[in-house]
Design a protein around this ligand. Structure first.
Ligand code: NIG
Ligand code: FE
Length: 410
């Protein structure tokens, strides 16, 4: 299979051997104007300026006049697999209840866990599949998916098996994260440390044996899991070669960033609440901060200080956090728009954060995240738009004409 794309207004995010970008380097977005690109066997074969195109343009080709090609979005943080919805909690919040109050009265993550435990694996798969197909149409071409709504051995394994089935059936890179330490189940209400032991000694070995996960995660937060719990989870993950990506500093700064640096984990996600010293801790590590602005929008909580993170010469990735409670949307087009509007990032910075840096945050930087020879031909062909900045500018909308995964139009 071979297809030539010609007259591309601009081929965006063209890179050679670049993995992660930090600080000022995030301002640069290398492009080739008036370009061609050849896709062969699902991969990017070659590209260049139209004037140098060595191929016969009468062969199987797509004319991309007035349209841009950029790598698909990489969504490095989602909870795509869940059962039903939490629309009633949404309404309760509109009427004045806080996310915390709802969680404390049995709603929140425990509400989703109860639903998921009662849902068959097949039904769960069908619900997740529909969401995955929707986000692919919105330009997502690599995705991380977490467990964490099972909170019991069988239900956690069920979620992970569904994720593995999606991974086997869809043509985009999928990474799977084990997040049994997402909330304390009621049956362990008076024995948090016992639950962590159960996760580490009874569930994790099974997850590892069946090769069901790539990463490990924990919700490090007041009222959920503290620093000692988080440390136990991260270190248990290390024993099974599962790098950690953690939920941290969403509502309170309780010391999770310092721990993440000491443990040298892969990513710290959320960071809506940051202490001054935590920027400096991050400068000592190669951890990637991941901001989730549509979660801030939906919960009306502060936005991650993305501008300040980049200005501290740190890298930044953007992700959706798609989940039923805090972010029932996996629309990365909205994520990049919000990062411009609310975090004061430039269009170039948000595209870097949602492609190349996001790929690093889920360890798929060798496969996707840029237009590079040999990477997967996962890319977005835009509508006719005047500039690349038009994508975040037209917030609430998207500018995608077609999405290609492994060179095939979806
Ligand atoms: O990333 N913060 C923890 N977990 C999810 C929300 C989970 C839920 O409310 O169901 C998040 O926002
Ligand atoms: Fe999350």
């Amino acid at each position: 299979m071979r297809e030539l794309f010609i007259n591309i207004k601009s081929l965006v995010q063209v890179r050679e051997n670049q993995t992660v970008l930090k600080g000022r380097a995030m301002q640069e977005l290398p492009c080739i104007d008036n370009a061609w690109m050849l896709v062969e066997n699902g991969k990017i074969k070659s590209f260049g300026e139209m004037s140098t195109c060595p191929y016969d343009v009468t062969e199987n080709h797509t004319d991309c006049s007035n349209r841009f090609i950029l790598p698909t979005w990489v969504d490095s943080h989602t909870h795509l697999i869940y059962s039903g919805n939490r629309e009633q909690e949404f309404v309760a919040r509109i009427k004045g209840k806080s996310y915390e109050e709802i969680a404390n009265s049995g709603g929140g993550i425990l509400n989703s866990a109860k639903k998921l435990q009662e849902t068959s694996e097949e039904d769960l798969y069908l619900q997740a599949k529909q969401r995955l197909e929707e986000v692919i149409q919105l330009g997502t071409g690599a995705i991380e998916i977490k467990s964490g709504y099972g909170l019991r051995k069988e239900a956690e394994l069920k979620m992970l098996r569904v994720a593995q089935r999606l991974k086997a059936e869809y043509p985009l890179p999928i990474k799977v994260t084990f997040l049994a330490a997402h909330a304390l189940p009621n049956e362990w209400k008076n024995n948090k440390s016992g639950y962590i032991t159960h996760v580490i000694e009874d569930i994790l070995p099974e997850v590892a044996k069946e090769n069901l996960a790539d990463f490990i995660d924990v919700f490090c937060e007041k009222g959920y899991f503290d620093i000692d719990d988080t440390k136990r989870i991260i270190e248990a993950g290390k024993k099974y070669n599962l790098p950690a990506k953690i939920h941290v500093n969403q509502f309170h700064a309780i010391g999770g960033i310092k721990l993440a640096v000491e443990e040298n984990i892969l990513s710290v996600d959320h960071l809506e609440v940051m202490n001054e010293e935590e920027f400096e801790f991050l400068q000592q590590a190669s951890i990637i901060p991941v901001a989730l602005p549509s979660c801030s929008l939906f919960l009306s909580i502060p936005y991650t200080p993305g501008r300040k993170i980049i200005d501290h010469n740190l890298p930044l990735a953007l992700a959706s956090d798609y989940n039923p409670g805090s972010t029932p949307s996996g629309n990365m087009n909205l994520v990049v728009a919000l990062a411009c509007i609310k975090m004061k990032l430039t269009p170039e910075e948000v595209i870097n954060a949602a492609t190349l840096n996001a790929a690093y945050a889920m360890q798929v930087e060798n496969e996707v995240g840029s237009i590079s020879q040999g990477k997967k031909a996962n890319f977005i062909l835009t509508k006719k738009i005047p500039s690349i900045g038009f994508i975040p500018y037209s917030f609430g909308n998207h500018q995608i004409e077609s999405v290609y995964l492994k060179g095939n139009k979806q």
